[in-house]
Design a protein around this ligand. Structure first.
Ligand SMILES: [Zn+2]
Length: 504
């Protein structure tokens, strides 16, 4: 008899410092797909669902796809949003009667109005339905603020091993293989988690260059070859979240007999994260440096890429801050592709005026004018579209991105891709789908801190990461934590990872 496996995706990286609550509508803008519509939508994609779909076919599972839900990072999920999507998953589990296995695609940093540890609550509820012995595996983003509650109710937490995250497919295939082995009676996976007293660490998970995260992952790869060790995952954490569990962690899925060794592995990796806590390869530069680089011109083939990392929608940035755009206009920089400013009001104005029209705009700066006033300028409407494209990849290759109604506005020498749904600039199609060839530009602006490197790194002659004072600023003194566990590094001057015996 075919094994009955529940498969679902419910993802969000919640920036609790954002003033934008996350609603069901925010999921619909990215995707909120249910039931039988999931397989045709995601078959062949390189995200977790593509991996689970292929695994289900390979193993001949009688798979039930409950929901595929993802929203661009933003503020706390409303209670309605959280409960509605949660209940689609729990309802599907109950309706199945017998459940042999559960494969989930989660983020691990989701916060709702009623649950600071939303994934922990979801896993606990699923465990309550399917019972103790059914394998429940979950993929996580490597920026998960993972918790012991998640580990307690999961059989394995399988986190990305790349940043930019280009291995969602592979992690789902790995998680599904473990679920299959457990259902076949070959494994009895349990999961444990350890977290040092650190707000951030593991170099925020960066894997593009040799360094701490790659060293940690190499050790994790080695540990996974040991008998009884199933999966060793390292989560770098997501700093912009005021919950008790913010910060790096290590999760180890193991066989019952290997529990002591699994604890030791988690301890060894946490010790290294602690020992190397000062290693941070993020190279933020002042805005003026970015403008100066743009003015100077690269003198080399390929565009200069300016990354507006502190307004990164992928970390909850508002996607509408203006200091970089205003700076480029004031400096008279030419042949710039600016991707993107989210401003549905201005898009509607452009659509009413039509292609070729010249309009006076007040662009961006609407969510929090303290982060930069709207840009007042005369703009020519170059192109209007529905803003939808399929990602070229490597990240999320084949997945549909919906920028909402979109207008390309030319201001001076700058083509501003002006959109209606917040999205991180990850893919070259942000420009190409709007008639702009990114390789022909002298300067490209991306609203992203790291993910853009997968697609933009190969075409860039140089990358400059600028701090424009957005919500994702690395300045932790700006973040007013109330719920964070204490004491914690770097706030409390502690000199050991487990103060007062905590975390052991
Ligand atoms: Zn991430």
């Amino acid at each position: 008899m075919a094994r009955k496996v529940l498969i679902a995706q419910f993802m969000h990286e919640t920036n609790t410092f954002s003033k934008l609550p996350t609603t069901l509508d925010d999921y619909r803008k990215r995707f909120l797909v249910e039931g039988d519509a999931i397989v045709p939508r995601f078959r062949g994609t390189r995200n977790e669902l593509g991996g689970y779909i292929d695994a289900a076919e390979k193993y001949g599972w009688a798979a039930v796809f409950a929901v595929a839900a993802n929203a661009t990072p933003s503020g706390t999920l409303t209670r309605e949003c959280w409960e509605t999507i949660r209940d689609k998953i729990l309802g599907a589990a109950r309706a199945m009667g017998r459940v042999d296995g559960v494969c989930l695609s989660l983020h691990g940093a989701m916060v709702s109005e009623s649950e600071d540890d939303a994934e922990g609550a979801l896993l606990e509820a699923i465990r309550g339905i399917v019972g103790r012995e059914v394998p429940v595996v979950a993929t996580l983003d490597l920026h998960a603020n993972a918790t012991r509650r998640m580990a307690e109710h999961a059989s394995a937490l399988v986190s990305y091993r790349t940043y930019p995250h280009v291995d969602g497919y592979e992690r789902a295939v790995q998680a599904a293989a473990l679920a299959e082995a457990a259902m076949a009676g070959e494994r009895k996976p349990r999961c444990l988690l350890l977290q040092p007293a650190m707000l951030d660490g593991a170099d925020h998970g960066r894997t593009t260059k040799p360094g701490l995260m790659r060293d940690l992952l190499a050790r994790a790869d080695g540990f996974e070859k040991e008998p009884g060790i199933n999966v060793v995952s390292i989560q770098a954490g997501f700093t912009w979240s005021d919950i008790p569990w913010t910060g790096p962690s290590v999760a180890v899925s193991h066989e019952p007999a290997a529990e002591a060794r699994a604890k030791e592995i988690a301890r060894l990796l946490c010790d290294e994260i602690w020992r190397r806590r000062d290693e941070n390869s993020t190279d933020y530069r002042p805005l003026a440096d970015g403008i100066a680089a743009a003015r100077a011109g690269a003198g080399k083939p390929g565009p200069l890429v300016l990354a507006d990392g502190t307004d990164n929608p992928g970390g909850g940035g508002y996607n509408d801050t203006t200091p970089l755009l205003q700076g480029l206009i004031d400096a008279g920089v030419e042949n710039v592709g600016f991707g993107t400013i989210c401003d549905p009001v201005t898009v509607r104005q452009a659509m009413a005026a039509g292609v070729g029209a010249t309009i006076d705009v007040e662009l961006g700066g609407r969510t929090d004018p303290a982060m930069g006033a709207p840009v007042r300028a005369r703009a020519t409407v170059r192109l209007l579209s529905d803003g939808r494209f399929l990602n070229e990849g490597p990240m999320n290759a084949g997945v549909l991105t919906d920028m909402g109604p979109t207008a390309v506005l030319r201001i001076g020498g700058i083509d501003v891709v002006t959109i209606s749904n917040r999205i991180q600039t990850i893919d070259l199609q942000v420009f190409r789908s709007q008639g702009i060839e990114p390789t022909h530009k002298n300067v490209l602006v991306v609203k992203s801190v790291q993910h853009f490197r997968a697609a933009y790194g190969p075409i860039a002659c140089e990358v400059v990461l600028v701090d424009t004072g957005g919500i994702c600023s690395p300045d932790k003194s700006r973040l007013k934590f109330a719920k964070l566990r204490r004491p914690i590094w770097p706030f409390d001057g502690i000199n050991e990872p487990w103060p007062a015996g905590k975390g052991s």
